[in-house]
Design a protein around this ligand. Sequence first.
Ligand code: 1HE
Length: 267
Amino acid sequence: PLQIDISRYENLALEPQDDGVWIVTLNRPEKRNALNLDTIEELVDFFSVAPRAGVQAVVLAGAGDHFCAGLDLIEHHDADRSPADFMHVCLRWHEAFNKMEYGGVPVIAALQGAVVGGGLELASSAHIRIMDRTTYFALPEGQRGLFTGGGATIRVTDLVGKSRMIDMMLTGRVYQGQEACDLGMAQYFVEGSSFDKALELARKAAQNLPLTNFAICSAVSHMQNMSALDAAYAESVVAGVVNTQPDARARLAAFADKSAARVRPNS
Ligand code: 1HE
């Protein structure tokens, strides 16, 4: 496997755990983890290498009271970018977020406080989102004279639908609490800390076979971009590879000899 040199990262804090789970923390709390170009480059670097470095699952977190304030508006203001410059900025965001969504490593986002603008675009690239009582979601681009550039038109629309996404941008509407979770902003709404729940779920996912997780965390997204006919074909090819992997035999044998846990309703 490839090595990840933790010391090279300045905007992300990387903490490998002993079970293959990596905690990746946006680490500019004094700037509410606003996404400057350097942070985006570190996300590209990490998620490019993670699938080949034995990373089994990622908890994506934000340091401090807020997950992420979106685009670094001060950097953007100071840079006074040309249209082509900003197009290239957005292309780097897409590179990072596509590496997350399509890379094959489960990414579990622990959300607290503001998950806004580009912060929501980042969160929506994760495979599982956990929110808590402090978490709130918004797309303030409209009020700032901006437009989403990090994939919200695709991913936030996928989560909550076109009408709600447009309303959020036009009016700055904020979603929080049970309503936000019910709409699909997150799959889990916890009383305690979103981080603890994210770590618990990442550890659970990390117990699956890596090739199985690779399929879950890349194939489903790719297939969404295909026609139903092509998706069914691709699914059969992926299942052919995954469902015959040698490492699955022991799990199937355990089911056959009745030593494997059965699926039961929650007590
Ligand atoms: C920032 C940013 C930022 C905070 N870029 N520096 N995003 C937004 O429109 C959200 C803008 N931010 C906020 O609404 C608030 O800062 C928060 C709700 C996230 C947090 O509020 P609060 O009261 O805790 O913090 P604060 O006092 O507003 O900010 C603390 C510091 O963080 C301050 O810096 P300081 O040097 O004066 O101490 C802020 O300037 C800094 N900060 N947010 C830069 N976003 C690819 S297109 C994507 C489009 C978008 O993402 S649009 C951005 C939407």
